[in-house]
Design a protein around this ligand. Structure first.
Ligand code: ATP
Ligand code: MG
Length: 227
């Protein structure tokens, strides 16, 4: 098995806009090992979200390859890809994407159900995770009754319920005030270390970026490691 949880080679992705093609990613070589953390910075429109979607196997490159634990995603059919995604990656987004009709606890359980990992321990695991993210008293709250920071805590618990090897976070503090954002960052970093989860963090915040093991920047379609 490869040492890399996720690796890309020569990844390219373009989009057609009107009658011209925008070359968003142009040959990206990237890798992350177990428990490692890295940041991706870059201007708005530089392709950070596009890149994370590719890493998560939610989009396909025009050329180049993505490997999960050494396995080329091109060799997986959609069913196998979805199954492997469920056990390999968790995702956290800027705008939480909780199911509004479901309570905090049910939002976390739903993720386990979708990825097919429900067993007799899952409910206890969900409870433990919600305690761990600081929501012990809010397990039965609906998302609309939670603050932004609390919603993001639910989303983090949801992302971790399947014990993923990698967490892909797309500006997870982007909608939060500075203090709340800092507390969410502390929580994310602590949890990734505790659970030995590889973290790929898209952020505009250089202070957050400097706290991770490696720092990358997307610029004109290329990914460069920062010195
Ligand atoms: N499905 C799509 N169809 C057409 N163009 C797209 C699509 N997805 C992304 N793009 C274009 O690709 C470029 C990169 O978009 P992307 O969302 O990856 O940027 P980003 O770095 O995440 O920006 P931000 O910091 O604003 O979130 C943009 O020019 C965007 O308009
Ligand atoms: Mg984006």
């Amino acid at each position: 098995m490869s040492d890399f949880v996720i690796e890309t080679k020569g990844l390219a992705r373009s989009f057609i806009s009107g009658n011209k093609s925008i070359e968003v990613l142009q040959g990206i070589d990237f890798s992350i090992t177990s428990g490692e953390s890295c940041s991706i910075q870059g201007e708005s429109g530089s392709g950070k979200s596009t890149f994370l979607h590719l890493l998560a196997g939610l989009d396909k490159p025009d050329s180049g390859a993505i490997f999960w634990e050494g396995q080329d995603l091109k060799t997986l059919n959609n069913v196998a890809l979805a199954k492997k995604r469920g056990s390999l990656v968790g995702m956290v987004f800027q705008s939480y994407y909780l199911v509004p009709e479901l309570r905090a606890f049910e939002n976390v359980l739903l993720a386990a159900r979708i990825t097919g990992i429900m067993n007799e321990d899952t409910e206890r695991e969900a409870e433990k995770l919600l305690d761990r993210v600081g929501l012990a008293g809010r397990k039965t709250s609906l998302p609309a009754t939670l603050s932004g920071g609390e919603r993001q805590r639910v989303a983090i618990a949801r992302a971790l319920i399947s014990n993923p090897k990698a967490l892909l976070a797309d500006e997870p503090t982007g909608n939060l005030d500075e203090e709340t954002g800092d507390s969410i960052m502390d929580l994310l970093l602590d949890l990734c270390i505790e659970k030995e989860v590889a973290l790929v963090l898209v952020t505009h915040n250089p202070t957050y970026a400097s706290r991770l093991d490696r720092a990358w920047r997307l610029k004109q379609g290329r990914l460069e490691e920062q010195g």
